[in-house]
Design a protein around this ligand. Structure first.
Ligand code: SAH
Length: 354
């Protein structure tokens, strides 16, 4: 049984129902029993897999897109190369290997990783030891310099609040305790200043999600990029604007009910890229671009062919399947999107829609 369940029951008994955001924070980051605190959830044997774990091509191409932006911005001689939620460090390791081919770039780069999970920090240390990374609890701790930032499947892990439209007000979805188990409920109707602008594009009964921590992080990224230059590539599932209940739990590669296994299943919500792009001002952003198209424009097919030439048998088959999985619209190609932030006076990174 979930070690968190009795603690959640006691917390709800003492203080009443909690927001979905608070529930997500308990489940994902509780210091003793949180999902990310206690394990490495990635890969075949874990609960879910991610693009960099599917193929080295993903990290290589993102690394080269950052490298192109570094060249376009006149090769700044000191940059902060950073990643939010680096998982096992695979994406950054692949990116760095590709970036090595660009003279001067790695000499200019200081590597900074923002990671909450001690278990995953240890995995990153093993993977990235050659590059002397430093770890941070938050982006605010990074030194001020042109910021070249990657974040893949990071923002979906941040806690969302959920609100149901009722008349011109909103009821917040909360997690309470009912008949011996966790259960969803709704608060009374209240006005929500942060959702005033959503009265225009929602109807009675619609649900919207807000993610204040994501907006705060992107605001800081945008401020730094606008002031000092750099670029951010944010890859995740989601869309332009939030509509509907997207809270989902995944365990052992299967969907499960979000309240069924607190602390033992991954919990995520779709990313509202419009909210992120707005929070990033004064940094500029390129149009939101589907991952598959983005990777094709960066040359994934040429790279896939070059790698395929050295493979045969099942290794070749799984390489071909990985290329398809990353790019095909029926797989990750259109569900996943890329939001690129850049300084207003610099060109966007390559591969984005125009
Ligand atoms: N980017 C990796 C891992 C994605 S899983 C990949 O693509 O494989 C989400 C990552 O974000 C994990 O490393 C997790 O520990 C980290 N994370 C989740 N919430 C966080 C938070 N609030 N602060 C910092 N890191 C967080």
């Amino acid at each position: 049984m979930s070690a968190l369940l009795p603690l959640l029951e006691a917390r709800i008994a003492a203080e009443g129902p909690m927001s979905v955001a608070e529930y997500m924070t308990w489940c994902l980051l509780h210091p003793q029993h949180g999902y990310y605190t206690t394990r490495d959830p990635l890969g075949q044997k874990g609960d879910f897999t991610t693009a960099p774990e599917i193929s080295q091509m993903f990290g290589e191409l993102l690394g080269l897109a950052l490298a192109q932006s570094w060249l376009d911005q006149g090769r700044p001689e000191r940059i902060v190369l950073a990643e939010l939620g680096p998982g096992r460090g695979t994406l950054m390791a692949d990116a760095l290997r590709a970036m090595k081919g660009v003279p001067g770039l790695l000499d200019a780069a200081e590597l900074h990783l923002v990671e909450a999970s001690p278990a995953l920090r240890a995995a990153q240390a093993t993977r990235l030891s050659d590059y002397g990374p430093s770890w941070h609890d938050s982006l605010a701790e990074l030194p001020e310099a042109p910021l070249f930032l990657l974040a893949n499947e990071f923002f979906d892990a941040l806690p969302v609040r959920q609100f149901l439209r009722d008349g011109d007000g909103w009821r917040e979805r909360v997690v309470g305790w009912h008949e011996g188990q966790l259960s969803f409920g709704l608060t009374d109707i209240a006005a929500q200043a942060a959702l005033e602008h959503r009265l225009a594009d929602t109807a009675q009964g619609d649900m919207v999600e807000t993610c204040a921590p994501a907006e705060a992080i992107v605001q800081e990224v945008g401020r730094r990029i606008a002031a000092q230059g750099g670029v951010a590539l944010i890859v995740d599932y989601g869309g332009w604007g939030s509509l509907g209940d997207t809270l989902q739990a995944v365990r052992a590669h299967e969907k499960t009910a979000p309240l069924a296994a607190p602390g033992d299943a991954d919990l995520t919500a779709h990313v509202d890229f419009r909210a992120l792009a707005q929070a990033a001002a004064p940094a500029a952003h390129a149009p939101l671009t589907a991952q598959g198209v983005f990777l094709e424009r960066l040359g994934i097919t040429e790279r896939a062919r070059a790698l395929a030439a050295r493979l045969n048998g099942t290794a070749l088959e799984s390489h071909v399947a990985a290329h398809r999985r990353l790019t095909h619209p029926g797989e990750m190609g259109s569900l996943f999107k890329v939001l690129a932030l850049h300084a207003p006076d610099a060109p966007p990174p390559p591969g984005l829609d125009t």
